[in-house]
Design a binder for this molecule. Structure first.
Ligand code: SAH
Length: 330
């Protein structure tokens, strides 16, 4: 029996934060080793660490750090009877833990784009006899309409944007928690996005390191580069300089999360709009007509360019930027 190992894992998780009994108990109920195609000793399986669970060519699936998953569940507000969508369910460990948190009247829908990892998750779940989990083999970008609206969406792969389908499929008051892949600087800050009746409000949670999403949750750099190549030949010299008194990480992170409009080429970071673009040089050199970037800079300036960790981002329901403020102000 691995029960005592699971108790050891739960002790480590509870040292990392103040988590609900329901979340801690769920980790007691699910064996972790059965989700891996590789063999590890049990002291490795039940340490509070990432483990690689499966490999398919150059692609990997990893079971995330359990205490970080507990934090995501906690921040997402997981409770009994909730319906939860997981993006990047891999071989299924986290989905099964969440299934125990929401209980038999709740439901977890896990989406995994890799067919081999998906098949493993289906096989393990039927062996364990867990009834309230469904796995879907699809690109997570689309969410899963059939069981919407969801009470929470937990993202366990670094995504370069928040999909509009997730917003549509989330109930008012529901939350999305997950790492954002700020690919231009290779950082993955996790955020919590809450849906209100007329907006989306986001706050920084913690710095993370996840597998980067592929498919439609990992091609934003490419998409923005294409937009850039359409517009850049029109302009040869910058028309304006937009000063941003913050470190590159802070600035690039803030502009990425606010706009989803950044891309990187030959060591340069660009911000693309329909009638112009900007290039990062300890501030933005503006080429052409730029409105969004000025709006973001103006809003951020009003806060005194405070760090990303203290900012609250506001969007409309299509994830278009509306404003930033200090998160402890209303
Ligand atoms: N939550 C899982 C592991 C996550 S690892 C667990 O508990 O074990 C991240 C997973 O996201 C990988 O399996 C990867 O194949 C998957 N992934 C990558 N891009 C994706 C996409 N666009 N849609 C759905 N899944 C994706």
């Amino acid at each position: 029996m691995t029960r005592s190992w699971r108790e050891w894992l739960v002790r480590q998780i509870s040292l990392a934060g103040d988590f609900d009994e329901r979340i801690l108990n769920a980790f007691l109920k699910v064996p972790r080793e059965v989700f891996s195609e590789f063999h590890y000793d049990l002291d490795v399986v039940y340490s509070d660490n990432v483990i690689v669970t499966a490999k398919d060519g150059d692609s990997y699936s990893t079971s995330s750090q359990p205490s970080l998953m507990a934090l995501f569940m906690s921040v997402a507000g997981l409770k009994e009877s909730m319906k939860v969508l997981e993006i990047g369910s891999g071989t299924g460990y986290n989905a099964c833990v969440m299934a125990h948190v929401v209980g038999e009247n709740g439901l977890v829908v896990g989406i995994e784009s890799n067919q081999k990892f998906f098949k493993k998750s289906v096989e393990v779940v039927s062996k364990l006899g867990i009834q309230n989990v469904i796995f879907v083999n699809e690109d997570g970008f689309y969410g899963f309409e059939k069981f919407a609206p969801y009470d929470a969406i937990v993202v366990t792969v670094a995504v370069d944007r928040i999909s509009r389908h997730w917003i549509e499929q989330l109930r008012i008051g529901g939350r999305i928690v997950g790492p954002i892949d700020v690919y231009t600087i290779d950082r993955q800050p996790a955020f919590v996005f809450e849906k209100t009746s007329d907006s989306i409000v986001a706050k920084h949670l913690v710095e993370t390191k996840f597998i980067k999403a592929g498919g439609l949750l990992g091609n934003l750099n490419e998409t923005n580069l294409k937009r850039l190549s359409k517009i850049e030949k029109t302009f040869s010299a910058p028309v304006e300089f937009l000063s941003v008194p913050a470190s590159s990480y802070e600035a690039v992170g803030v502009f990425h999360v606010a706009s989803w409009s950044l891309c990187e080429r030959s060591g340069w970071i660009y911000f693309v709009e329909d009638e112009g673009f900007a290039r990062w040089k300890s501030g933005w050199e503006l080429f052409g007509r730029m409105e969004l970037i000025k709006n973001i800079a103006g809003e951020w300036a009003k806060t005194g360019f405070i760090p990303i960790t203290l900012l609250k981002f506001r969007y409309d329901h299509r994830m278009n930027f509306r404003g930033v403020e200090r998160w402890d102000e209303t």
